[in-house]
Structure formats: C-alpha cells, structure tokens
Write a protein that binds this ligand. Structure first.
Ligand SMILES: Nc1ncnc2c1ncn2[C@@H]1O[C@H](COP(=O)(O)OP(=O)(O)OP(=O)(O)O)[C@@H](O)[C@H]1O
Ligand SMILES: [Mg+2]
Length: 232
C-alpha cells in the first residue's frame, strides 16, 4: 500500500528517440503528483509533453530514469503488468478523440469495460448520460460533432473509474467555446470520481481549471505553481 499520497512519481526521466539525432525529448524530468490533483502541463510544440504522458502510461520506455505509479516501479511490473495498469487504472483522452469508427458511442464506452471483463451496459449508459449524451448513444463517431466525440472519449475514460486520467491536448481540435465545455466536464468528472488528472496543452487555456500548473520547455519542467496565476 502506498502511503505517501503520491500517485505518480518520475525520477530523473530522460528520453531519446532512436531516429532523433538532435538530442533528448526529455532531459531529467522530476514530477510528483498527489492523488486527486488536477495538473496542467503546458509548453510549446515539441517540448516533450506527449512523450512524458506516454512514458507515464507505460506506452514507451525512458532512456533513463524511473516512473512509479502508486508506489510501483512500472519497469519492474513487466509488459503484462503495464497492460493491466493501463486497462484498470489509467484513462486516456486524446487530441483526436481516437474513437473506434465502426462502433457506436455506447459500444465505444462498453469496449473499455470489456477490456476489464465487466461489459456492463448500464454503467456505459450512465457514463454517457453524465457527459450529456444519453440521447445519442447509438450514433457512430462520424454522426457526432467534435465536442460530442470528445465527450464520448471522456465517458470512455471515466467509465472504468480509473485513478489516473491522462489527457493529451483534450481540446486541441475543438473551437474555444466547445473546448471550455469539454474541459469543464473533464475536470468535474475527475473531481467527482476522485481521479487524478494530468492534462497537457500547448496553449494555456487549460490552466484555469487546474490545481497546479507546470511549464515545460525543451524536455524540462521549469515552473511549478498553483492555479490562479495563469499569467493571462
Ligand atoms: N516517435 C518519435 N520518434 C522520434 N522523435 C520523436 C517521436 N515522438 C516525438 N519525437 C520528438 O521528441 C520531441 C518531443 O515531442 P513530443 O511529441 O513529446 O512534443 P509535444 O510537446 O507533445 O508537442 P506538440 O505540442 O506538438 O504535441 C520532438 O522533438 C519530437 O520531434
Ligand atoms: Mg503532443
């Protein structure tokens, strides 16, 4: 049992992609995230935000350094352990929604539950209802607006009640007003379920929703401050 209250800890995380001649995408990232935090990381394109999220999710490996989720070193738990971790503990929301195009909204949400062996239709319908889509559950992604697709993606992430939600540019593909609504929804769903949220963005629009804001520059986290000081 992890008693430190930290749900995510990265220690001296470095990442160099094989084909990348010009150096490191991450250059010694130390990050500690407490359970229940709503963290916004922003930084310019290419600063390493997606790389960091992928490493935290165990989708890619660091060149050097350690990542602990709930006190467990994710290298030590092996590929099978990491898959389990992603299925049960981590929900994703991506920039381009990443819904399965041949499945309806309901089936997309249900799929996430099937992966953990609990294809409960009522849970999936409740999740869609909580993002305001109870009347559109049988639509395919192409029959939904961008904001609605992103809301399905949020329902899909929250339905399995993960302890961590990682959101990579969750509003990057939406107009400002829709983006605000989606962010509001994402944050309120995380608060309601007690999930820890890390959202990354190249713009600062996510920061008013965060309890903590970190700026990323050239593979390093350079500023760490409380919300309320967005600099806008
Ligand atoms: N699969 C990859 N192979 C090689 N280099 C990569 C790969 N993915 C990212 N990089 C490089 O790593 C650096 C960080 O990229 P990353 O995608 O993490 O940035 P980002 O902050 O998410 O940018 P954006 O805001 O544009 O999404 C960049 O220099 C990028 O070119
Ligand atoms: Mg990115």
């Amino acid at each position: 049992m992890n008693t430190s209250g930290l749900i995510i800890k990265t220690s001296d995380l470095w990442k160099k992609y094989n084909i990348d001649e010009d150096g490191f995408a991450l250059r010694g990232v130390n990050l500690e995230v407490k359970s229940g935090e709503i963290l916004a990381i922003f930084g310019k394109s290419g600063s390493g935000k997606t790389t960091l999220l992928n490493l935290i999710a165990g989708l890619d490996k660091p060149t050097k350094g350690k990542i602990e989720i709930d006190g467990n070193d994710i290298e030590a738990i092996g590929e099978r352990g990491r898959t389990e971790l992603r299925r049960k503990k981590i929900g994703f929301v991506f920039q381009f929604f990443n819904l399965l195009p041949t499945l309806t909204a309901l089936e997309n949400v249900l799929f996430s539950l099937e992966l953990i062996g609990n294809p409960d239709v009522k849970l999936a319908l409740d999740a869609l209802s909580s993002v305001g889509l109870s009347n559109k559950e049988n639509r395919y992604p192409f029959e939904l607006s961008g904001g609605e697709q992103q809301r399905v993606a949020i329902a899909r992430a929250i339905v399995k009640k993960p302890s961590i939600i990682l959101a990579d540019e969750p509003t990057g593909n939406l107009d400002t007003a829709t983006g605000e609504q989606v962010l509001n929804l994402l944050v309120s769903q995380c608060i309601q379920s007690g999930a820890t949220l890390i959202m990354v963005s190249h713009a600062m629009n996510t920061c008013s929703f965060a309890t903590r804001i970190i700026n990323m520059v050239d593979g390093l986290l350079v500023e760490d401050r409380s919300s309320g000081d967005c600099g806008l």
